[in-house]
Design a protein around this ligand. Structure first.
Ligand SMILES: [Zn+2]
Length: 446
């Protein structure tokens, strides 16, 4: 509101200048030599102060002193330096205490002093900014008042499109878009439906997202993704953000048929890894004379120390170091499903501990029988090891029937908006699509 007011005041002044100039010009038409009054009037008009509002004050009413808390500074010292008496400082601090403990001011944080516009420049108000969003006002102009306020936050809706050439991060970088978009797409939205390690050249996406600004001016990054369309292997994947529980603030992504995009299991226990060896019952290994050595796990190669996540909620049933498994963890998710994670450098959970999907249960290592750093991920269904990529995994909490109608109504205009966004056609975006992106590594033993 303050900003709008400021803008309209500004306009009024500039309009005033234009009117005055026109008047002077027409008045001077017949005597062009006389140009002095024109200049004078212009200066007079510009010098009219514009109202500048910040922290709820018109800054023109004060001498404004801005600084940051320096080493050795305290609230008392700052005020003392600005000629406030010690008893008064004590009084201010005592009264403000209930709202803001003045000992909490931190080195390097900005503060503003609003001082009287006379020759004394007596401080009237101390404003401290503990972070970008909040500010604390201690006003001691008449009575002492202290309160904390938040700066107005604005969300600006934006859209983006991209075509994958090699990786999504590279595509975003090329377009000057935030890498956070990739994280959000890969981890928050499509982690269960699209394997971002296997993106194909020519895969493409559109997103409608919001950027967050504080006070209209300070950009703090991408807030969230409202809707997305991802075309993987020519197959479309829609995602729409929808709040299923306003009270608890539960927000999820669903597709155009109201199906939850989240699955009960993550696609991989490590982020941005590469599958080095798939589940393969007929695997033959050179070091064993090409004898059949079935591989009942999926190997995800990742640097040592990469966090390993529980792919679903469950209770830890094993956490130990044993033989070829090395350091490993096994989790029971329900009566049907168990998962196991091998060759960790270090385990992070104990038997009996309940873990949530995405919790870090250990770190990638090379313990046990392994030719390189990776996690061997084993997926058990009813006590048998199976290929998780061939399973139809259960959906996470589906949308309730009562909300479904509301949801479909809600996404209608958003889907139309998404469909209306055109891909930017670049010739190099439409080269021959590349096939397999995975190099199977048969040398890993696990
Ligand atoms: Zn393995």
């Amino acid at each position: 509101m303050d900003r709008e007011r400021k803008r309209s005041m500004g306009n009024k002044y500039s309009r005033g200048i234009v009117v005055l100039l026109v008047v002077i010009f027409s008045a001077c038409k017949e005597t062009p030599k006389n140009k002095v009054p024109l200049v004078k009037v212009e200066i007079a008009a510009v010098e009219e102060p514009e109202d500048v509002y910040e922290f709820g004050y018109n800054l023109n009413d004060f001498v404004v002193k801005r600084d940051t808390v320096r080493s050795g500074d305290s609230f008392g010292e700052i005020l003392e330096r600005n000629k406030v008496s010690y008893p008064e400082i004590f009084n201010i601090a005592e009264t403000a205490k209930a709202t803001f403990d003045i000992r909490r001011i931190q080195l390097g944080k900005p503060y503003t002093l609003l001082c009287s516009k006379d020759s004394l420049e007596t401080p009237k108000c101390f404003i401290y900014q503990p972070n970008l969003e909040e500010y604390v006002v201690i006003d001691f102009n008449d009575s002492i008042q202290a309160y904390t306020k938040k700066k107005p936050i604005t969300y600006v809706e934006k859209t983006a499109t991209g075509v994958i050439n090699s990786s999504i991060s590279e595509t975003l970088l090329d377009k000057g878009l935030s890498p956070r978009l990739a994280y959000k797409l890969a981890d928050e939205i499509y982690a269960w439906t699209i394997d971002f390690r296997r993106l194909q050249k020519g895969d493409r996406f559109k997103v409608i997202y919001t950027d967050k600004y504080i006070d209209d001016t300070i950009y703090t990054g991408i807030h969230d993704i409202k809707a997305a369309y991802f075309e993987h292997n020519k197959e479309p994947f829609y995602a729409f953000q929808f709040e299923t529980d306003a009270e608890k603030g539960i927000v999820d992504y669903f597709n155009e048929d109201a199906k939850n995009l989240r699955r009960a299991f993550l696609k991989a226990p490590v982020q941005f890894s590469r599958i080095s060896s798939r589940y393969n019952l007929k695997r033959r290994i050179a070091v064993y004379g090409f004898k059949v050595r079935p591989h009942k796990g999926t190997d995800f190669a990742a640097p040592i120390g990469t966090p390993i996540m529980a792919t679903s909620n469950g209770t830890v049933t094993k956490s130990e170091r044993r033989g070829g498994n090395g350091n490993y963890v096994k989790i029971r998710h329900n009566a049907t499903y168990e998962t196991q994670y091998l060759h960790m450098s270090k385990r992070n959970v104990k038997v009996g501990q309940f873990v949530k999907q995405g919790d870090v249960i250990g770190w990638v290592g090379m313990t046990g029988n392994t030719g390189g750093p990776h996690v061997c991920y084993r997926f058990w269904v009813n006590g048998k090891q199976v290929d998780p990529f061939k399973q139809k995994l259960p959906e996470a909490k589906p949308i309730s029937d009562s909300l479904k109608v509301e949801y479909l109504d809600f996404i209608k205009p958003i889907k139309a908006q998404l469909d209306g966004i055109q891909f930017e056609a670049k010739p190099e975006d439409f080269e021959e699509p590349q096939g397999e992106t995975i190099e199977p590594n048969e040398n890993l033993i696990s």
